[in-house]
Design a protein around this ligand. Structure first.
Ligand SMILES: [Fe+2]
Length: 189
């Protein structure tokens, strides 16, 4: 008998009313100071980021899908945008141990861009190779994953900019979705 001892969830939604949401998010980005700072991409990560309520409102449908699928009460606790121009990339990092994190692909063309790549917290047990996972995404897709999971982006090679929204999500401590392995998301992209 062989069982899979561990499971790392990745939730994948296709946003409802995407064109409207995209325009709203792009208008919002235009009001922000997107700087490189100590990051390798343009971002407002070090800014005020005082727009959690706006993002929660824009993504109301998707957050309610997540609440339903995992029987929890998700709340965005921090949000920021990232934009990559040629040669920019995001080195390996994680978002701490506080719950879930998310990436929403706002300006993304799978012909020219690559998605977030994830690194397993353990290596291949025979070869020792690093295990990575690259989800298939397109513009308007939202992926959610455990915050502790290391991830990165490849260097950006296209003239077409790539823009994402990132956010961290906490769930109510009374209903942490331990049942995720049995509970298949119903809005899977
Ligand atoms: Fe990240």
């Amino acid at each position: 008998m062989d069982i899979n001892m561990f499971h790392i969830p990745l939730t994948h939604y296709k946003c409802s009313w995407w064109e409207q949401k995209k325009q709203r998010l792009l208008r919002h980005i235009d009001t922000l100071d997107m700087v490189q700072g100590d990051e390798q991409v343009l971002s407002d990560y070090r800014g005020d980021n005082n727009y959690i309520n706006d993002i929660s409102d824009i993504l109301h449908d998707e957050l309610s899908w997540f609440a339903h699928d995992y029987n929890c009460d998700p709340r965005i606790v921090r949000a920021w945008y990232e934009r990559a121009l040629p040669y920019m990339y995001h080195p390996t990092h994680n978002h701490g141990h506080g719950g879930y994190s998310a990436v929403l692909y706002i300006e993304y063309n799978s012909k020219y861009h690559r998605p977030t790549n994830f690194i397993a917290p353990y290596d291949h047990f025979i070869t020792g190779e690093q295990l990575t996972y690259e989800p298939e995404v397109e513009e308007g897709d939202l992926i959610l994953f455990p915050s502790f999971l290391h991830h990165y982006t490849h260097p950006h090679t296209s003239e077409q900019r790539r823009t994402v929204l990132s956010f961290n999500l906490t769930v109510n401590m009374d209903n942490i979705p331990l049942s995720w392995t049995d509970n298949k998301p119903s809005h899977m992209g």
